[in-house]
Ligand binder design. Structure first.
Ligand code: ATP
Ligand code: MG
Length: 275
């Protein structure tokens, strides 16, 4: 094995180089628009093919959100639910005009969609759908699930993945009883939010079928990521590398001080960015 510290050091150096190259390759690939490109496909050939193992996906995870921006908490949530519940894959669906976020400006649909695509580029079990983004006006989960059901057919089980904070508001979502009949729900623990048994009982009585996934929790929110960007602070280790690059390149979530912290360069891109 390794005889001394310097051997370990050079081994670590080699691994690091490989990881960096792979990260940058993925980021370049996704930024060049040659990623999975789910968003450029029509709904009819939606992502059904993408998840077909032996022809037909059986349990499909669906994760809706504003993803403004997508962060490691979202990705961890999807990965844990997929593993715990034996899902064939997870479809990320960024909201076009989210019903619950009418009170603040959100990043453009294109930017949020692009960040989702970047974030899933290295995971063959994750895919992004632009089904909500291509619709105009406020998007509701119940309508999206109806359309997905029509596209996927009756035999595919939908598992809609949410964090505990969303569970607490689920009964207020549009057409709750119809919603309950269209998908099962997976609730993944989220720091700062307790599962309230009274609420869970109410949801079960209303017809919801909920599975709980206990997972290592990531105390990350998009609000926090945006606030950090605004303050000119680092978002390293909160979002994937490619998302940091994207945010910096597009000047999203404005640094209030108007000054950058050029710390890393994307070789060959001629760009320097902060975060
Ligand atoms: P914001 O702060 O803008 O509300 P957010 O981080 O809550 O953003 P959303 O896009 O609102 O992200 O959430 C989409 C889904 O992801 C929701 O079901 C939410 O519960 C879940 N989620 C988000 N962050 C986490 C996390 N850190 N752990 C578990 N679930 C999460
Ligand atoms: Mg939220």
């Amino acid at each position: 094995m390794y005889d001394n510290v310097s051997d370990i050091g050079s081994f670590a150096g080699a691994v690091l180089e490989e990881v960096e190259t792979e990260d940058k390759r993925l980021a370049r690939y996704a930024l060049s628009g040659k990623g999975k490109g789910a968003s450029s496909r029509a709904l009819e050939d939606t992502d059904a093919a993408f998840f077909c193992k032996d022809g037909v996906p059986r349990r499909l995870g669906i994760m809706g959100g504003t993803f403004d921006p997508i962060h490691l908490g979202h990705l961890n949530c999807a990965e844990r639910a997929m593993e715990a519940l034996g899902l064939d894959g997870v479809l990320f669906i960024p909201a076009g005009d989210p019903a619950f976020k009418q009170d603040r400006d959100i990043a453009s649909t294109e930017a949020r969609l692009a960040m989702c695509e970047l974030a899933v580029a290295d995971n063959p079990s994750f895919c992004v759908s632009d089904i909500e983004i291509r619709r105009h006006g406020i998007t509701y989960t119940v309508d999206t699930l109806e359309r997905l059901r029509a596209a996927y057919g009756a035999d595919v089980e939908f598992v809609f993945i949410i964090g505990t904070d969303s569970l607490l508001t689920l009964s207020d979502w549009k057409d709750a009883s119809r919603l309950a009949s269209l998908a099962n729900f997976a609730c993944v623990s989220r720091p700062g939010y307790e599962v309230d048994p009274v609420i869970v009982n109410g949801l079960c009585e209303a017809g919801f079928h909920i599975e709980f996934v206990k997972a290592p929790m990531f105390d990350i929110s998009s609000s926090e990521v945006r606030a950090l960007c605004k303050a000119g602070s680092s978002i390293r280790y909160l979002v994937p590398y490619a998302i940091r690059v994207f945010i910096a390149q597009h000047g999203l979530y404005g640094d209030e001080r108007g000054e950058g912290r050029p710390t890393i360069g994307f070789e060959g891109s001629g760009t320097e960015w902060m975060y």
